[in-house]
Structure formats: C-alpha cells, structure tokens
Design a protein around this ligand. Structure first.
Ligand code: FRU
Length: 476
C-alpha cells in the first residue's frame, strides 16, 4: 500500500490561512479548506461520532476525491482529523475519480469503510468499482489488498455509474447496496457476503422509475420497519427520497408501504445516518447541490474564500405511522438561550437576530396567512410565507434559487415550526412531522440579519433564541 501524505501536508500547511480568510457557520460542519460534498461513512465508533466526507483539499471546486475525516462528541462541535482515504491506487487513479462515496461498519473492534474507487479505461471511460479499507484505531486506514471487491455490475459489465455502497449486517450475512445506471435507468443492486471480502450479487430490491441514477443509498431499521433513502438523479425537484417498508431477506425484494421526501428544499443531498450507543439515529446530508439541479446557482461568497460546502444540521429521526419524524438534536436544544418571545397579542417590530438563530413559531392553521421576512444588511431578503397548508420560501436578492420553493405542511390545528438560521443557510422543520425545507442563502458573510413580520394574525407565539456558546464550549 502506497502511503500518500502530500494531501495531508497541504491541508496542515494551508488551513490556518484559509480560516483566517473566511468566516464559517457555527452550527454546520465545513471542511478546513477546499471542497466538500457528501457525508460518507457516518458512524459511532469507540464512543465518538465519526464523519467522513467527499473532500478535495486543493481547490474550492470538485476534484479528485479524498475522504476527509472529523470526530465529535455531540454532532455539533467537530475536530478535524487527518485525511482517511487518499486516491493512491491504480483503481482510483482518474483525476475525474478517486475515492467516491460510501459507508462504514463496525465489526468487533475494527472499523471498516466501503467506498467506490473510480479510474479510467484506455478510452478514457470511467470505471467504478467497490473497495474497502479498515482501521483498528479510527484514525489510520488501510485499504484491502483484495481491492477491488466488486468490479462488475450484475450484468458482468464494467460500469461508469455503479457507486456509493451502503453495508450492513443481518443475521449471518453482510449486505451491500449500491446504485447503478443501466439503459438510462437508475436501480439499486444488493450483494451478499459472509466475510466482507467476497461478495455475490443477490437481488434488485426495488422496482419503479426513480430517474437515471440512484445516488448514495442508505438502509436502516427502526422498530422493525425498514427504511431506504437515496438521491435520485433525473426526477425533477425530488432530490432525496425515503421509502418505508420491509426488505424480504429470502427474495431480496423491498416492499414499499410509504414514499416521502426528506426535504422540500434544494440544499439537502446524499444523506446518511448513524446509530449511537443510546439507540438514537441521526441523519446528516450535504447542504448543497449539483449543477444539474434546476434550482442550483452556485456557492456564493464562500467560493472566493477558502472553503466550499457544508453539512446539514444533524437531524435526530424517529418513526411514527410509517413517517420519518425529524427532531432537532438535544445537544442543540439544550443550549438555546431565549432572546425574545412574543405571544399573539404582542406587536412584533423589526428585531435583530442573533447569529446563529433558532426561531420557534406557532401559527393557527387556516386563520390567515403569515409572512416572515429576514433582511440582511447587504440588501437581500429571504421570505417565508405560510398560506393555507403551504409554506413557501423565496430569496429576493444575491445568489438565490431560481424559483420559489414550497413545503406542503401536515394539517394540524396549530402548526409548529422551527427555523435554524446560520451564516449561509436556513432549515425549516415542521415539528413532529417529516416536513423540512433546507436552503442556502448566500450573502455577504458578515451581514447582520433582522426579522420583520408582514402579517401577525395567525401567530400564536414566536420565540427567538441564540446559542450559549460559552456553555457549549465548556461542556465536553
Ligand atoms: C453524490 C455523488 C456520488 C459520488 C460523489 C462524488 O453527490 O455524485 O454519487 O460518489 O458524489 O463526489
């Protein structure tokens, strides 16, 4: 195995300058410098949360992929670690390839990573194959000598869209789920193994039209229901889906009982989950999107700085009547410092927002519309309006999204919303439901934000909180 420490040396040498030159959001993970996309191999290992991610340290745009690595005790404050996977081998040698997305699994005391290695054939066509690596300390990783572990798809062909393995164990087998594109159709393929090294094709678990490629599948079980998530390419506006149902381990088929969207925004892609030692499941996604998404419009001011790309806020997830329910992590809600509260009879004047800021809003559904305007002093405004059962988002200046985004709310007498506003992003959750909308709102990074409300008649209460960072940094 070739050791390649060049990337790591580069990161060490340039991180301090990158950080001095740019501000970062305080609640969202960003790379030390360079480019970040998907979360990879999210895992709870030896008492800590590990986050790996698609990383190109040398530029603020996508390039040959490495796996960046960070650890945390609370999923909010992260410590950067040395790069976990560098593209050192022939099977991942393409400048347009490298070590693509994948998964982690803990077996005994050992941490295993599975990822897609991308090289080029003699005609310059990309080859995607599935590979593995292991670590006994969670810091230093060794690629398997047996790599690539799966080099052809189920038709026995080399494939340029065959990627993003998710691995789990069920009874006496390991399973590996991977996305593939065949004849312009996106599919999932399931493989089986007894030893994590030798894999045999098992099934095509899912049927149905999900665009021309299914990226970054995840699979997990909550209360005996199986949940499959993935990011379809080519289904307009549907960037992350979840299916609730049951995987039949005899036939390898997944029976779907509910299909929903994980997020109605455009900046929530390729999510992964992990399970901690308390049995809690958390989901983190890449909080950006690709150029092929109709609404995508770049990375704003962070590109001129030294980093691009962030992770979503971790969502704690549970299941109720086949719906995935989102919860803000308690490590965040425990640190809220209430800044202003209003009840229905109060006049709400223009109010300066702390940075970052969490707004908890209760509105009586069906009473009237309600419009929140978040103004930045660089002149941009983000508008969130609730009309009937629909919440819509529109950014009115700067680098914004091409069309207004809409979130269909779950009908409840009182609609309870949580808004998390960080330096460049806004995440809206309807409490107790699966409804969420994430959007980046790039602007001048030092811009302050104020809130005005156009119509208050539907508002039952509004609470604006900041974060007690001193308390947060003091803990743990
Ligand atoms: C999803 C994705 C994956 C791929 C990775 C490459 O965002 O396109 O399918 O493995 O990014 O960085």
């Amino acid at each position: 195995m070739k050791a390649n420490k060049d990337a790591e040396r580069y990161v060490r040498k340039n991180t301090a300058m990158a950080q001095a030159l740019s501000d970062s959001p305080r609640l969202h993970f960003t790379p030390p410098l360079g480019w970040l996309n998907d979360p990879n191999g999210l895992v709870f290992y030896r008492g800590r949360y590990h986050l790996f991610y698609q990383f190109y340290p040398y530029e603020t745009s996508w390039g040959q992929m490495h796996w960046g690595h960070a650890v945390s005790d609370d999923l909010l404050r992260w410590e950067h670690l040395p790069i976990a996977l560098t593209p050192t081998e022939v099977y991942e040698a393409s400048p347009k390839g490298g070590c693509f997305s994948g998964t982690a699994i803990v077996e005994g005391d050992r941490l295993y990573l599975f990822y897609t290695a991308v090289s080029e054939d003699s005609e310059g066509s990309l080859q995607q194959v599935q590979c593995g690596a292991w670590s006994d300390d969670g810091y230093e990783f060794h690629k398997f000598a047996e790599n690539p572990l799966i080099s052809c798809d189920n038709l026995g062909q080399a494939n340029q869209h065959f990627r993003d393995p998710k691995v789990w164990q069920h009874e006496d087998h390991y399973y590996l789920l991977v996305g593939v594109s065949q004849q312009e159709q996106g599919k999932l393929l399931l493989y089986r193994s007894k030893d994590l090294l030798n894999w045999a094709f098992f099934s095509e678990p899912l049927s149905g039209d999900y665009g021309w490629m299914l990226e970054c599948p995840d699979f997990f079980t909550i209360e005996e229901r199986d949940i499959l998530t993935f990011s379809p390419v080519g289904l307009p506006g549907q960037y992350t889906l979840y299916l609730v149902g049951k995987l039949d381990y005899q036939t390898g088929k997944f029976a779907v009982s509910y299909e929903g969207r994980l997020d109605a925004g455009v900046d929530f892609y390729a999510p992964q989950t992990l399970l901690n030692d308390q049995g809690e499941r958390y989901m983190i996604a890449w909080q950006n999107g690709w150029e092929w998404m109709a609404e995508w419009r770049g990375f704003g001011s962070t590109k001129e700085n030294r980093w691009v790309g962030s992770m979503s806020l971790p969502r704690k997830i549970s299941l109720a009547e086949d719906r995935l329910i989102n919860h803000l992590p308690e490590t965040l809600t425990n640190q809220l410092q209430v800044y202003q509260t209003y009840s229905s009879s109060d006049a709400i004047e223009e109010v300066a927002l702390p940075d970052p800021c969490i707004i908890q809003l209760r509105v009586t559904s069906g009473v009237a519309s309600c419009e929140l305007q978040i103004h930045r002093d660089d002149g941009a405004t983000d508008v969130l309006a609730i009309t009937g059962n629909t919440l819509s988002y529109q950014g009115l200046a700067g680098i914004q999204r091409r069309r207004p985004l809409a979130l269909e709310l779950v009908q409840q007498p009182t609609i309870r919303l949580q808004l998390v506003i960080d330096l460049f992003s806004m995440e809206v959750f309807q409490e107790g439901t699966d409804r969420a909308l994430s959007v980046n709102c790039f602007g001048d990074e030092r811009s302050r934000k104020t809130l005005t409300i156009a119509d208050t008649t539907a508002i039952e209460s509004l609470r604006i909180s900041g974060i007690d960072f001193e308390k947060m940094m003091g803990e743990g």
